[in-house]
Design a protein around this ligand. Sequence first.
Ligand SMILES: O=C(O)CCC(=O)C(=O)O
Ligand SMILES: [Fe+2]
Length: 286
Amino acid sequence: MDDLGSVTGIGGDDASPVSRPELNFSASSAGLITKYLYAHGCVLLRGAIPNQKVIAYRDALESIYERYDHALIDPNVKRDFDEFSKDEFDGVSRGDVSPQMFAKFSGLDVVRLFADRKLEEVFSRTMGGYQPVLTTFMSVAPSAAHSSTGISLHADGIVQGTDRFITCLWTPFQPCGVDAPGLAVMTVPREKVLAYLQYKFPTRQIPGWSSMTEWNDTGAFEVKELFRAFGHDKLWNPAMEPGDVMLFTNWTIHGSNVTRSMTKRRSAAILRLTATGSPATRGISG
Ligand SMILES: O=C(O)CCC(=O)C(=O)O
Ligand SMILES: [Fe+2]
């Protein structure tokens, strides 16, 4: 941990000797991937997306950032963005590109970036029926154009407000975790995180699902509290390459791994899938 240089309070090198839930994607079965996801709350799949595909999506995102920069100085280019709201347009300054904007300029669909038979099997094991709920891009850098400074530790479930199983797929477009911000995850199974959050939000059937102030008041996501509850060795800041995919769920604690010594921007594509069947669907192999 590099506490002094950390921006979000969680960044650093993963110096822990603890074994980490990562698998070589092509060498691992859907059953094993599912087992890891349940046992650890997350699983890092090395080499899960072919290189050519990642490059096409990365170039498409970068060219939208360039088009946005031109739009700021050229009204003719700005017209390309007329169908989008001011908020959507301004979001590009922080690296946010909506799926609609991405589709318009690239003809590509983020859902298809992750399309894979083995992953589909993992999803039917964990969720039964499922559908995409949210696709986004997150560009993070300590200080750079088209980026934000990152998000501190949280579980997406506290704002999603559902007890259905949601799977998040996160993949970087640049190497990250060393010179560029990575993704920090806590390797804690979803039941344990859910029990912890239920304790922190005693009056809520689904923890959180309210104002930012309220979650801050519980202190539920303060690093010290999380370390006390789960142990500091559960925080994992892996270095990742384009093509690697981190799978995690709505009850996995995660955030941006940003340190002050990082000099580069990283963009990530994010897809979330939600179970469409009965709430809290458990996997057959879970
Ligand atoms: O990309 C990041 O740094 C954080 C992303 C995140 O919190 C999310 O995908 O829910
Ligand atoms: Fe998140």
